[in-house]
Design a protein around this ligand. Structure first.
Ligand SMILES: [Cu+2]
Length: 204
């Protein structure tokens, strides 16, 4: 008799314990909201997996009234490719698309504390030039094309995208572009707004 009471008491305690546990498990982990506009992240460097760059929507400002696309062109934003990158992209991995006839303003800034860099918009042709060439649009180049701008130096490119086609935004410091320091610019008569998109990188 005494032992059966003890057993019953044990069963009650045991079932309360199980109920308490399952009650705790019912509290589900909260899902973080997905941002609509991602800031670039800098994951810790790893020898096996290179960090993937996120497009920052603040890089491109669109003024539909004046048909002006303003693009923040940042040389050496990250350490990718020995900092031979624009906005953390190399070998055509980022494409700026502009409607035909729009004005393009590129605020060039060198974020690389070590190497000088420059930029010009050139025709899409292979092999890639080893240094400065004639730009594809009038005034579509920074000062100091050959020697490059030093760390924190800035310059503006301003031109009208007055012909369609595929172009490269290219660092003209000798050897940089050919080593992968270029992204793409497309001028199209089928888009109504400028845009930025990640595109397949072509290892040169
Ligand atoms: Cu460069």
């Amino acid at each position: 008799m005494r032992s059966s009471v003890r057993l019953a008491a044990w069963v009650v305690v045991w079932s309360v314990g199980v109920t308490g546990m399952s009650g705790t498990a019912m509290v589900s982990a909260q899902t973080p909201p997905v941002p609509s506009c991602s800031r670039p992240t800098r994951p810790p460097p790893s020898p096996t997996t290179p960090p993937s760059q996120v497009i920052d929507c603040s890089w491109l400002a669109v003024d539909a009234a004046t048909k002006t696309a303003t693009f923040q062109l940042i040389a050496g934003l990250t350490g990718l490719n020995g900092a031979l990158n624009f906005n953390g992209f190399r070998d055509g991995g980022l494409t700026l698309t502009v409607p035909l006839g729009w004005t393009v303003v590129m605020h060039f800034k060198n974020n690389d504390g070590v190497l000088p860099h420059s930029a010009e918009v050139i025709p899409d042709a292979k092999p890639l030039p080893l240094g400065p060439v004639d730009p594809a649009f009038e005034r579509a180049f920074t000062v100091k094309l050959m020697q490059g701008l030093q760390a924190r130096e800035e310059d503006d490119l301003r031109f009208v995208a007055n012909r369609m086609g595929s172009f490269l935004i290219f660092c003209a410091v000798p050897g940089h572009g050919a080593a992968g320091m270029w992204i793409r610019m497309a001028v199209s008569d089928t888009v109504s707004r400028p845009g930025l998109s990640a595109t397949p990188a072509e290892r040169s």
